[in-house]
Design a protein around this ligand. Structure first.
Ligand SMILES: [Zn+2]
Length: 344
């Protein structure tokens, strides 16, 4: 079967891939350890007869997949099947009053109250028999984390860990690049934005794009009718960077849309912590994925030496096998994206 692959490096540069992935993994651990404490260590899954669930009104991140009872290195691990989850939610400082969660339990909770453990927020809950909406206001600043407990008859029935972020903005320069001997296929601005915005809002990052005029570049140095992408970076890729970079619009990252890569099935390529990325197909979703690499994110299976079970977290943005639905970012990814500084 022919799978569409979105790649940083694949087989041709296995050594470089391993090296880069190792650097990324150790950085990830270091960043997670900067988070205040381990929020779930004292919580027993069996204590929780109810669950907080994602509500459509919550525009930021919601992660009921990551297993926080494990060590920091295992934040991408899967929760035990059938267990009630102890989810993370992210909230940006510019999102006060926009935060909703549903509380699901059987039987339905009657009178529910809420408390939190750190003084991070002031809770303003309203509740019904089957769902509960929380809103809250910051009291101790945003770059912090708190556990919210739902209680019924003075007994804790569910817990949610909320991570606050001071919101961050990134600006993406987008340029269509034609070869003198062939044209490339563009991706519309609204398709790019509708893919990027909901993905990165999960990490409390606001994305804007800056469309730059298309350029015709004589980059096909070996005249094979294709862009050579066999390593980072080939002289053909470098020719595009040299001609198409932009220094006048304060772009944090540059995306070049170029058709005909010389590696069949590869939709995009962007090395870790890079300013420049190349997109060959797959639309806005590919751009969102490659910008993940540009901001330091590894593929979901690259955190350790063993491959994942097929299907694990298949809707994660950093799943290397393309699908339209790969939009999820998890807790550890929120943290890493937020801490990443664009290379210039
Ligand atoms: Zn990739």
């Amino acid at each position: 079967m022919n799978e569409k692959i979105i790649a940083v490096y694949f087989r041709s540069l296995a050594g470089a891939l391993l090296c880069a992935a190792t650097i990324c993994a150790s950085r990830l651990s270091a960043q997670i350890q900067n988070v205040n404490g381990n929020p779930g260590k004292s919580v027993m899954l069996s204590d929780m007869p109810a669950c907080f669930e994602q509500d459509a009104g919550h525009p930021f991140g919601f992660d009921d997949y990551t297993n926080w009872s494990l060590s920091a290195d295992d934040y991408y691990s899967v929760r035990p099947v059938g267990k009630c989850t102890l989810p993370f939610a992210s909230v940006a400082d510019n999102g006060v009053g926009l935060t909703f969660f549903r509380l699901k339990s059987s039987p339905a909770p009657s009178t529910v109250s809420f408390s939190e453990d750190s003084g991070f927020m002031f809770l303003s809950p309203s509740s019904t028999l089957t769902s509960t909406t929380l809103s809250f206001y910051p009291t101790l600043g945003w770059d912090s984390m708190a556990n919210i407990d739902a209680e019924m008859n003075s007994k804790r029935i569910a817990r949610l860990c909320v991570k606050g972020f001071v919101h961050k903005s990134i600006k993406i320069g987008v340029r269509l690049v034609h070869e003198t001997s062939y044209n490339s296929n563009d991706i519309a601005d609204n398709e790019i934005l509708s893919a990027l915005m909901p993905v990165y809002l999960q990490a409390c990052i606001a994305v804007s794009i800056c469309r730059l005029p298309a350029k015709i570049v004589s980059f096909d140095l070996d005249h094979d009718g294709m862009l050579d992408i066999s390593n980072w970076t080939t002289s053909e890729m470098q020719a595009i960077i040299n001609e198409c970079d932009d220094n006048s619009n304060n772009c944090d990252y540059m995306i070049y849309i170029v058709s005909n890569p010389n590696c069949y099935g590869v939709l995009g390529i962007m090395d870790f912590n890079q300013r420049h990325g190349f997109i060959h197909g797959g639309g806005g979703t590919t751009i969102a994925h490659e910008l993940g690499h540009g901001q330091g994110l590894v593929h979901t299976y690259e955190r350790n030496s063993s491959p994942p079970e097929k299907g694990i977290d298949r809707f994660n943005l950093m799943n290397p096998t393309y699908s339209q639905n790969m939009t999820k970012l998890r807790f550890a990814q929120w943290i890493q994206l937020h801490n990443n500084q664009p290379n210039q």
